[in-house]
Design a protein around this ligand. Sequence first.
Ligand code: TXA
Ligand code: MG
Length: 320
Amino acid sequence: MRKTERLSSLQLDRAAKILVQGGLVAFPTETVYGLGAHATNASSVADIFRAKGRPSDNPLIVHLSDMNLAGTVCREVPELAARLMTALSPGPITLVLPKRESVLDLVTAGLDSVAIRVPRHPIAQELLRIAAIPVAAPSANRSGRPSGTTWQSVLDDLDGLIDAVVCDDSIDGIGLESTVLDLTSSPPQLLRMGAITIDDLRHFDGTIDWQVSASNDLVNSPGRRHPHYKPQAIVRLCDDPAEIPQQPLQAFIGLKAWQQAPQDSHIHISPDVADYANALYEFLRQADRSGAKTVWCQRVPPIGLGIALTDRLERAESRD
Ligand code: TXA
Ligand code: MG
């Protein structure tokens, strides 16, 4: 057991020191909370896998304070990568590039590539700047569970398993993980949908591909092999809440009011897709706390952020 320090956003010197000394620190980013460790310290990185219960074949994203540091972990930074980073970083985009030999196999799960991201959240920015090290950081949740989007949820999963959490109460994040784009394959391959959409990316390169159902998906995107975003309750999708059967202990999140909701239902109605995406993971956790047996999620139109939200909803529902 570790004693997990609760740090405020004014204690980033302390958080950075823990990281530099090899500890695990959860910190907010504009997407979801990350669980950070010194990326060049093998035992710290191993601790991430242990704390999360994460399969060792699922590689980690290396977080950098500035895109100019990409060359410290990547063997080459192709022209397309440089253009994307200039336009979109810092921000919710992760690029997979050829790795330098010095990058730990543990970080990349033995792949010849490394994923890099420069988060734009001011706390993440400042923490990375003070620590001045590359920080490997998956989402801060036990493996398979909905990603942590609040410090309270991070503690629900990881209290006593990590050294510190930076507690941030602002609620204006995206709520879904970054877009992951693999630039080592030709054509470039989108591995995970996020707030930056395939249409946004195709402005930079019209050939960028997205083939989630293709058989090579498992090779290129190790993250898709494992179950994700699962609350204890069963997740079911619906087009309209009117379809939901009248049963006790259910939860519903969506854009449309659930008129026939039984008294004990746990409900979140979002004014728009951005709020829905921002609320989803926390809602799945709250639904468990409310004792719901089934969580109903309304489908959204697959446009803009709705594409990434639909991806997460379908993966939360899938039984694999
Ligand atoms: O928004 C985010 O990306 C958050 C915040 C904390 O930055 N991080 C995050 O990390 O979602 P994680 O570990 O939960 O998801 C990382 C994804 C996984 O699907 C992993 O398989 C993929 O990135 N990935 C990492 N390195 C890779 C590589 N070298 N090749 C292919 N996929 C990679
Ligand atoms: Mg994750």
